[in-house]
Ligand binder design. Structure first.
Ligand code: UD1
Length: 417
């Protein structure tokens, strides 16, 4: 098992190019199943979540070819192997996004209950509700989700909570259904807009993505096409917080600043200087006196749960009391115990974490418990005095492309062993 060894105390300085969005890529790769011709995707991040999903799709009969470092070609088969292998599916929660495309294109799907990060209960009732509304027969037996259907029929689906995955699954299923589907209380995340833009580029008719009311007119089949995936707002956000936490100055290139507004606002509230242009963001914390802040995670455009752990690391040395309330995933404070091993003062009560800023953190041996917890530990290690060893790095590799070279180019002392 590899580890990251980081010697802290260096302010990050320089420029870094942000990779393609993990969560948009995962949904879009699944969406490629709806196309009868070749789909070419640019700006696909080379991360293990993408590799695992491609492996799963390969076992189903999808022809996958890398055409360049970040360019992929996918060709879906006429008939599909409908059983996605357990060993692979259990590693990736997003494999649940195969359900909608498999059912609507091939009339059948069988996947084990997906795994992924350990950040809460993560039920699938809303995915099921949507697919059943469209006419699919869904069963869950001994940990295996089985679905079958003839052609799906457009329908109205109200989501009790704006789930990102359920919204994506229902959009994809509805693309090949008979007639119109309306999703009410849909999730509004930028990755949903990206999925809709991709599907529309292949001939789908998805309207309203980015609002809470999405309408889809079903088509017979989608054609092939080429599409460029949006930059990863969470990777960008992680570098922004790392720059703030180390009191450095970092310019992020290839970003969509609008997607980062909830984070930018909070960093500014904490006294961090953030300058925004059309597709760059400059974070300057070189001479600031950082201020404690309160954060509540919410569905987009609220503060993203995927940035909460990294902010906890940053706030751990900001003078005063900061409070974080986690409203999306109940298990996302496990990282607090690890940051505490480095000297932080954090109290967790249910969905609330109270952080009393300490003067500094010290290097220690810690372990990532999920992807963003891992990113938070990297930030904590970059701030800490001395050496930190981060175990279970495979969680971090799920979502950060070329993390060590990128951080090294910003002056960080980081290596893998
Ligand atoms: C996606 C992102 C993840 C991000 C999350 C919230 C991907 C691959 N992952 O995860 O990085 O942290 O959005 O922004 O895009 N829920 C239900 N029933 C369901 C589905 C979800 O109750 O059927 C609940 C979940 O338990 C959770 C909340 O809804 O409390 C949000 O989950 P959801 O938006 O579905 O997250 P994911 O799509 O799994």
């Amino acid at each position: 098992m590899s580890k990251l060894i980081i010697t802290g105390g260096q302010p990050l300085h320089g420029k870094v190019k942000v990779s393609g969005a993990k969560n948009a890529s995962l949904a879009i790769l699944c969406g490629a199943l709806l196309a009868e011709d070749e789909v070419v995707l640019d700006n696909v991040p080379d991360i293990s979540d993408v590799r695992i999903l491609l492996e799963i799709m390969g076992t189903m009969g999808v022809k996958v070819r890398w055409l360049g470092e970040e360019t992929l070609s996918l060709r879906s088969p006429k008939n599909i192997e409908d059983e996605a292998p357990y060993e692979l599916v259990k590693q990736l929660r997003a494999s649940n996004l195969l359900l909608g495309p498999m059912l609507t294109r091939y009339g059948k799907a069988s996947i084990s209950l997906p795994g992924g990060c350990n950040i809460g209960i993560r039920p699938m009732d809303l995915h099921f509700k949507g697919l059943i509304n469209l006419g699919a027969e869904m069963n869950l037996e001994r940990g295996i989700i089985q679905g079958k259907t003839g052609r799906l029929t457009g329908s109205r689906v109200y989501l009790d909570f704006p789930s990102v995955g359920a919204t994506e699954n229902i959009i994809m299923a509805a693309c090949l259904a008979d007639g119109q589907t309306v999703i009410e209380n849909a999730a509004k995340e930028p990755e949903i807009v990206d999925l809709a833009n991709f599907l529309n580029a292949l001939g789908a008719k998805v309207r309203g993505a980015g609002t809470d009311l999405i309408k889809i007119e079903g088509q017979h089949l989608l054609k092939g096409g080429r599409y460029t995936i949006i930059p990863d707002r969470i990777e960008a956000g992680t570098f922004m917080v790392a720059a703030a936490a180390t009191r450095g100055k970092v310019i992020l290139e290839s970003v969509i600043p609008r997607h980062l507004e909830p984070l930018t606002a909070k960093l500014r509230e904490a006294n961090v200087e953030v300058e925004v242009s059309e597709d760059t963001i400059c974070v300057n914390a070189a001479n600031i006196e950082a201020k404690s802040i309160d954060i509540k995670t919410m569905p987009y455009p609220g503060f993203p749960t995927d940035m909460q752990s990294q902010m906890m690391a940053f706030l751990s040395t900001v003078p005063g009391t900061s409070i974080i309330v986690e409203n999306i995933f109940e298990n996302r404070f496990r990282v607090a115990d690890e940051i505490k091993r480095m000297g932080a003062n954090i109290k967790v009560e249910g969905r609330m974490a109270v952080i009393e800023g300490v003067a500094s953190l010290q290097g220690a041996k810690v372990k990532a418990s999920d992807l963003r917890a891992g990113a938070a530990l990297v930030i904590a290690a970059l701030m800490a005095k001395g050496e930190t060893e981060i175990g279970d790095v495979h969680y971090i590799d799920r979502g950060y492309a070329n993390l060590e070279p990128k951080l090294t180019s910003l002056g960080a002392l980081i290596r893998r062993s």
